[in-house]
Design a protein around this ligand. Structure first.
Ligand code: MGD
Ligand code: MGD
Ligand code: MO
Length: 675
């Protein structure tokens, strides 16, 4: 290595399945380049396109990053601020919070947080502060994956114990259902799927690049997947692929499901889902030859009946007995517990005097607009003015002069524009932490490669300092990063602590593929897989999954899908100049037949409209999108569009059947040519 050159190995903490290993190239103490770690099994020397640009662009650009605490000087939303010292900023926040607590109670103080950084400490430690305060929390997962979590919890007792990706070598087929790895898990798309010998089946309304590369692509209409799952089970049964012994020993309720499966023939499903009967039979045969892996995507459950869909999809591995076998099972999210990363202590929930107070993110606008309900709003790791539904209503609520708002971020987002106080957060290159992938069973070191830019501080340090200003004296509020990192690592199979982990970047925690439910014990009340769920029934839900199909949009309206963009990371990176150039103007895609029917053509300016709002887009015409649906990825910055809004100005706050979760992919719009 050249003199003055230094390489720091670290891990990408974005909300992504991949959790890539990163090599930070430094020269004379300065970061020169952020690259994929050549020795990392996922990254293999190359970051995805978006991170390669953003980590060498906006993330390290002093003109884009927030560097100092700021205090508002103009009306909310205008983005006029003056620099203040940390001491001034934190003193004012503490005074305001104490005054609200005294006059109205701490439950009038609300905090929201989500996926800004998914590193373990910066992503969770601040919750300690709010637990001590007794504040109200916006339920983070309710904007993303809660319906699926509740459904899998009813069925197999957990949503965070999936198959180990390493077990792909033992699988006969891999089904990717309602996920788009080509955008949301780019390295799984590039390496993991192509390298598996297994047949690949993708079930997605959109023919995205992962679907196009699959052996078989089933294209159901959005919201019809439960019916498709029942038809697949119908074929499995007809062809003798039910593992009767497994069902007898480990499954509750098959006898009740069987009569529901009977009428769900492939021909019936062709009519209800739009998938040709022959493809349903082919998919069931490939799956049923097993063992097979079933990846349930998060896009799949962002539907009004998303919970029911997940319960229906979980029938497949249950009736074929693929659980507890190499190359079998299902995956939704792989939690830390699977690898001994016991994160339970990170939020210090014992500091809370009463029960946890939380509400669904679907209620954010409704609650924030009411001064009698919320007096202060603190946002960290989240940009709800871009990512939440009911964008117009939410913006109005955020503009309340009497709502005391604090935003921690790396950048001056739309949400930050509505803050009274903005606090600059350090990015992942600027502090130590741990990263656990929600796909691979690894743990990665996030390693400080340079000092924070300007006066920025890591989330955890900001809340330590705020706790001191509040006069809180519980030691948990001041625990050091070092202590938490070592405590987390100590539960894993990785020995040697953080100093050793830093040398390799990422550690694999198992020599052989880990088999979920190897002992056939499921953490449900019965200890078995509960297809029939007394718990669901008690919660006012159907006892059994149903072969449900959503009604199709009426009156020529379209079902709007707005999933992950390959160039954005949620609503992060939307302010990077090179990424903006890649994205071009906001566009929406529809099928050629729909374009013809509405006399629209590629490049037209079109208006999408519903009861929520309206937004103009450039039209794309593509047969990758099924008829009756429209496609426009999430994550652009509202204020960087001349219209001042993004796709979520069209998204209602309707809740899913389970978990009070998002139904964003059920948004309906009318499309007309713009004047
Ligand atoms: N239309 C539509 N909307 C959606 C979705 C959809 O499919 N369609 N998906 C939803 C889903 S799945 C999700 S998860 C949400 C995500 O929504 P958000 O959580 O709002 O999005 P992120 O971009 O992950 O992070 C938000 C902010 O965190 C900041 N950040 C990054 N690192 C740090 C840090 O270390 N500290 C602090 N304080 N801030 C940091 C980023 O700069 C960014 O502004 O969006 C939801 N919105
Ligand atoms: N590049 C990039 N990567 C990301 C993100 C990002 O914004 N950009 N976001 C991260 C986050 S927060 C998350 S939660 C994950 C999500 O990543 P995924 O799990 O891949 O989920 P989505 O991208 O929301 O949607 C995936 C697919 O669901 C399909 N879909 C929508 N409705 C239905 C339906 O009714 N049935 C079926 N079968 N399919 C349906 C969409 O067509 C889409 O192709 O990705 C993470 N990774
Ligand atoms: Mo998400």
């Amino acid at each position: 290595m050249r003199p003055g050159k230094e390489i720091v190995l670290t891990t990408c903490p974005r909300d992504c399945y991949d959790s890539c290993g990163i090599a930070v190239i430094k020269r004379d103490g300065q970061i020169r380049k952020v690259l994929g770690d050549p020795n990392h099994p996922v990254a293999r020397g190359a970051l995805c396109g978006k991170c390669a640009l953003a980590y060498n662009g906006v993330h390290r650009d002093p003109n884009s990053r927030l560097q100092h605490p700021l205090k508002r000087t103009g009306p909310k939303g205008e983005g006029r601020f003056a620099r203040v010292s940390w001491d001034e900023a934190l003193t004012e926040i503490a005074e305001r919070l104490r005054a609200i607590e005294k006059a109205k109670g701490a439950e009038r103080i609300v905090h929201a947080h989500y996926t800004g950084t998914c590193s373990m400490i910066a992503g969770t430690f601040p919750v300690r502060f709010f637990n001590r305060l007794g504040a109200l929390e916006v339920e983070p997962d309710s904007v993303c994956n809660m319906a699926g979590q509740v459904a899998l919890d009813y069925t197999i007792g957990t949503a965070v114990e999936g198959f180990d990706p390493e077990s792909a070598k033992d699988a006969h087929s891999i089904v990717v259902w309602g996920a788009n790895p080509s955008a949301s898990a780019p390295h799984a798309h590039k390496h993991w799927l192509p390298e598996a010998r297994a047949k690949k089946i993708v079930i997605d309304p959109v023919r995205h690049p992962t679907a196009a590369a699959a052996d078989l692509h089933l294209q159901p209409f959005p919201g019809s997947d439960a019916a498709l799952a029942f038809a697949l089970v119908h074929v499995l049964k007809r062809e003798g692929r039910i593992d009767r012994r497994f069902v007898r020993d480990h499954v509750v309720g098959w006898d009740e499901i069987e009569p529901l499966v009977e009428p769900c023939t492939p021909e019936w499903a062709e009519k209800t889902t739009g998938v040709p009967a022959s493809q349903i039979v082919e998919a069931a045969r490939l799956y049923g030859t097993g063992p097979s892996l079933l990846w349930l995507g998060q896009g799949l459950q962002r539907q009004p009946m998303g919970g029911n869909t997940f319960r229906a999809c979980a029938l497949l591995p249950a009736v074929t007995g693929y659980f507890g076998k190499p190359g079998g099972g299902l995956y939704y999210l792989n939690g830390g517990d699977m690898r001994g990363l016991d994160a339970g202590f990170l939020d210090a929930s014992h500091l809370r005097k009463g029960p946890r107070l939380a509400f669904s993110q679907m209620e954010l606008a409704e609650r924030l607009e009411d001064p009698n309900r919320i007096a202060a709003f603190l946002c960290w790791n989240i940009n709800p003015a871009a990512s939440s539904p009911e964008q117009r209503r939410l913006r109005k609520a955020l503009s309340r002069e009497d709502l005391f708002t604090v935003v921690l971020d790396l950048f001056q987002t739309d949400t930050a524009d509505h803050a009274d106080i903005v606090l600059p957060a350090a990015n992942f290159l600027e502090f130590d932490d741990l990263v656990r992938s929600y796909f691979h069973l690894t743990v990665g070191a996030q390693v400080k490669a340079q000092e924070p830019m300007g006066e920025a501080l890591p989330n955890q340090e900001i809340f330590r300092r705020l706790a001191a200003k509040m006069g809180f004296n519980e030691p948990e509020l001041y625990e050091s990063d070092e202590s938490m990192i070592e405590r987390l690592l100590s539960g894993t199979a990785f020995k040697g602590g953080f100093a050793e982990l830093k040398k390799i970047g990422t550690a694999r925690l198992f020599d052989r593929p880990r088999i979920a439910f190897a002992d056939f014990k499921f953490p449900t009340p019965s200890g078995k897989i509960e297809l029939a769920s007394a718990r669901a029934e008690k919660d006012g839900l159907p006892r059994l999954p149903q072969p449900h199909v959503d009604p199709r949009p009426a009156n020529g309206r379209f079902r709007l899908l707005s999933p992950a963009s390959p160039w954005l990371m949620n609503d992060s990176y939307g302010n990077d100049a090179k990424i903006r150039a890649k994205l071009g103007p906001a566009n929406v895609a529809i099928h050629p037949k729909d374009a013809a029917r509405f006399k629209l053509k590629e490049g037209d300016r079109v208006r999408l409209e519903n009861a929520q709002g309206a937004l103009l887009f450039t039209l794309r015409v593509s047969d990758e999108i099924p008829e009756g649906t429209a496609f426009s990825p999430k994550g652009r910055w509202p204020k960087l569009d001349e219209q001042g809004f993004n796709i979520n100005v069209l998204t209602p706050s309707r809740k899913s059947d389970m978990g009070e979760s998002t139904t964003v992919h059920a948004t309906e719009v009318a499309i007309t040519k713009a004047a």
